[in-house]
Design a protein around this ligand. Sequence first.
Ligand SMILES: [Zn+2]
Length: 58
Amino acid sequence: MPRYSFICEDCQFEFDLKCKFEELDSKKCPKCHSEKLERLYKSIGISMGDTQESKCST
Ligand SMILES: [Zn+2]
């Protein structure tokens, strides 16, 4: 099953979910149960040219 990484926009909690793509819409933050989840695109073996994986988070 594919794995998706998310970050919660409300509490900034990062987590991974293993689920079907169709189920992603109904996912909530396991910590604060917010539905405002932002997908994180980590290295999943697919390259689309330039990688923008290093966001400064200070
Ligand atoms: Zn949250």
